[in-house]
Design a protein around this ligand. Structure first.
Ligand SMILES: C[S@@+](CC[C@H](N)C(=O)[O-])C[C@H]1O[C@@H](n2cnc3c(N)ncnc32)[C@H](O)[C@@H]1O
Length: 406
């Protein structure tokens, strides 16, 4: 057992006691992010942006959305050509955070392809009420130009749409299992508490791995040719397992009749993810622009986020009804969508807009910085055709996967 690590708030003591004194890390992460009364997202405590707890690409300014809109416009165009009908098109955004990306995308699409807007619906999938409330406030500004709805994946499954599903930095917020190699065996990490000087402290504990978790790891090991843990890991080696990814991908697949899904997130190849040298996994806590590996600090007040494993995501997506269209790093994707031209265009702004130009230049460079957001992965998937006519159709083309024009 590890040493006690962080004070445990009263609400969590009550929860842990109700569960026999300890829970899996997965359950802990779900509580501290998504519990309706205490979770950092569910209560809306977390704020995204330069003045908030952490930044994401869309929170750095509208240029990210302007470039992404080039890809979305092209996909909507391909879907319209395929459809040969007046069927409405939908942009589904899962996990919209502050709602800024949705606003900026609609604004960008409005100038890029004004004819699309009257046919377009915006659907936001946000399970956390605290976040949904802030999205409603911010998106109220957009009401006239496009119809906006908040829906669950279950609602969408009842009436699947033709359109594009966007998941920007959402899958990294799904609760994960943590696996620990201890005394030559793999364990499930758990969280418990103990009293130190009459004060409750949280601590990591190790639990046996339940059969279902073992089976899902073994299945991926066999199918992907990976080994978890990899050979020669030291005692205490730890990594993450996205137990909720497959059900999420299944729900997402049931939302679309036809169309692509774009996942943009932190991700690593399996050989880098499940690596003997990566002994603490990828999980990080974020609060007030500080990144920390103290995962049990301030429960319910921090973001917790884990990288995705590229091959596992692609494999599970294929299993759940998606065809993989390809993936690249964000830097390359944005260059293919016109980032260099966007940068060049800033030079033409009048001197009165100099400070704005500098700010946008800074943000654009941050988006492609190989040591930062440029390392994000863009992964495109397309829903597998159900009917035999659709099987004849060529795959959707992805502009962002093209070589950038020189
Ligand atoms: C890291 S934030 C990203 C916000 C936004 N996409 C951005 O990039 O600025 C994660 C968002 O996903 C939401 N979320 C968490 N679990 C989710 C799930 N299972 N399905 C959809 N959204 C989820 C959170 O409430 C939050 O709005």
């Amino acid at each position: 057992m590890d040493l006690p690590s962080a004070p445990c708030p009263a609400w969590l003591i009550t929860r842990l006691k109700a569960f026999g004194g300890s829970v899996s890390f997965h359950q802990y992460m779900d509580w501290v992010l998504n519990d309706p009364d205490q979770g950092a997202y569910a209560t809306g405590k977390l704020r995204i942006g330069v003045d908030g707890d952490f930044v994401t690409s869309p929170s750095l300014g509208g240029d990210f959305a302007q470039l992404l809109a080039v890809q979305l416009a092209d996909w909507f165009d391909q879907l319209e050509q395929r459809n040969h009908s007046d069927q409405r098109l939908t942009l589904v955004e899962a996990g919209p955070g502050e709602g800024q990306l949705a606003i900026d995308l609609i604004t960008a699409l409005e100038s890029l392809c004004p004819d699309l807007l009257p046919k377009l619906d915006l659907v936001l999938v946000e399970p956390n009420q605290g976040m949904a409330e802030r999205q409603r406030e911010r998106l109220a500004l957009l009401k006239p130009s496009v119809s906006i709805h908040w829906r669950s994946f279950a609602d969408l499954a009842a009436a699947p749409v033709v359109g594009v599903l966007l998941a920007h930095e959402v899958l990294d917020a799904l609760p994960v299992e943590r696996l620990v190699w201890r005394h030559n065996a793999l364990h499930r990490q758990g969280v418990g508490f103990e009293m130190v000087n009459s004060e409750p402290y949280l601590r990591f504990i190790e639990l046996p791995i339940p059969e279902q978790l073992k089976l899902s790891i073994e299945k991926a090991n066999r199918s992907l040719g990976i080994t978890i843990p990899p050979p020669n890991v030291p005692d205490g080696w730890c990594s993450e397992w996205h137990q909720d990814l497959e059900p999420w991908l299944k729900q997402a697949a049931s939302a679309l009749q036809m169309g692509p899904m774009l996942v943009i997130d932190y991700a690593l190849e399996a050989r880098r993810y499940f690596n003997a040298a990566r002994g603490d996994g990828t999980l990080m806590a974020y609060r007030q622009q500080m990144a920390s590996s103290a995962l049990l600090e301030s429960p319910g007040c921090c973001d917790l986020t884990a990288h995705l494993c590229l091959e596992t995501l692609q494999y599970q997506a294929e299993q759940q009804g998606w065809n993989c269209l390809g993936e690249v790093r964000q830097g390359q994707a944005l260059l293919a969508l016109g980032l260099a031209e966007q940068l060049y265009g800033l030079q033409k702004l009048p001197p009165t807009q100099l400070s704005d130009a500098f700010q946008r230049r800074e943000a654009l460079l941050r988006l492609v910085d190989p040591a930062g957001l440029g390392e994000f992965r863009w992964l495109a998937f397309e829903i597998k055709p159900i009917s035999s006519n659709h099987a004849e159709q060529p795959k959707l083309h992805c502009k962002f996967l093209e070589e950038p024009v020189r």
